[in-house]
Design a protein around this ligand. Structure first.
Ligand SMILES: C[S@@+](CC[C@H](N)C(=O)[O-])C[C@H]1O[C@@H](n2cnc3c(N)ncnc32)[C@H](O)[C@@H]1O
Length: 216
């Protein structure tokens, strides 16, 4: 089944190619964290040292646009029950394969779906993760961000990353969420960490990133 999303086909094909290639790798268990996963480390620094959910309580997480499944599986290894959603069958297969190899298949549920229309019950997650994905919802990016924030339980966490400028122009302009916009959306939340960095990926491509970890 194919999920039709707002992101241009060309971009989806690019991610699909990457995940298909990764699916050929036999052993996916060697987790090599990407820099966009950095706020996940920050979440764990905070929750391990402070007032994260007690160890014996069920911690429910959702990862929107799970991609290669690294984050979903890492969360499962650290005690979360995780719903992992992506619009690409290859991403869902890769996440499932990784979860099986890491003995986490009981804790990770994978689904093919659109992160814009996926039903999110209000106040239902201890943790919502949205890394490098909301920007591909274009005019729906900001309204959907609000809906997503509503789905976090009181005292639950929201972990975010997305691009900002500098970024090369794209054929459909990415809806960058600025630091100011993110702070406005998180009004009343405790922001444990927020920041930006710039990565020179090649001679032609320098990209800005915005990261945040916030608690309701
Ligand atoms: C840049 S990748 C990020 C993947 C992962 N979150 C990470 O940080 O490594 C973008 C991902 O968003 C997914 N995606 C884009 N639009 C989507 C949508 N509307 N619904 C579900 N997944 C979507 C793509 O399939 C792809 O896996």
């Amino acid at each position: 089944m194919k999920v039709k999303v707002q992101a241009p086909d060309k971009w989806m094909k690019g991610w699909d190619k990457l995940y298909r290639k990764m699916l050929e790798t036999e052993d996916l268990t060697k987790l090599e964290y990407l820099h966009v996963h950095y706020p996940i480390q920050q979440l764990f620094w905070f929750t391990q040292q402070n007032n994260g959910a007690p160890e014996d309580s069920e911690k429910k997480a959702i990862e929107l646009a799970c991609g290669d499944g690294q984050v979903a599986c890492f969360l499962a290894q650290n005690g979360y029950t995780v719903e992992a959603i992506d619009a690409l069958p290859s991403a869902v297969s890769l996440t499932r394969k990784r979860a099986i190899q890491l003995n986490q298949s009981q804790s990770v549920t994978t689904s093919l779906g659109d992160i814009d229309t996926w039903e999110l019950e209000p106040s239902s997650y201890d943790l919502v993760v949205a890394l490098q994905c909301l920007q591909y919802l274009f005019e729906r990016t900001m309204p959907r961000l609000q809906e997503i924030l509503t789905s976090v339980k009181p005292e639950g966490f929201f972990v975010y990353s997305g691009n900002i400028l500098p970024h090369e122009p794209t054929e459909r302009p990415i809806r960058f969420i600025t630091e100011e916009e993110l702070k406005d959306a998180l009004e009343g939340w405790t922001i444990h960490s927020i920041g930006t960095n710039v990565v020179r990926r090649s001679a032609k491509s320098t990209r800005g990133y915005l990261f945040a970890v916030a608690q309701k």
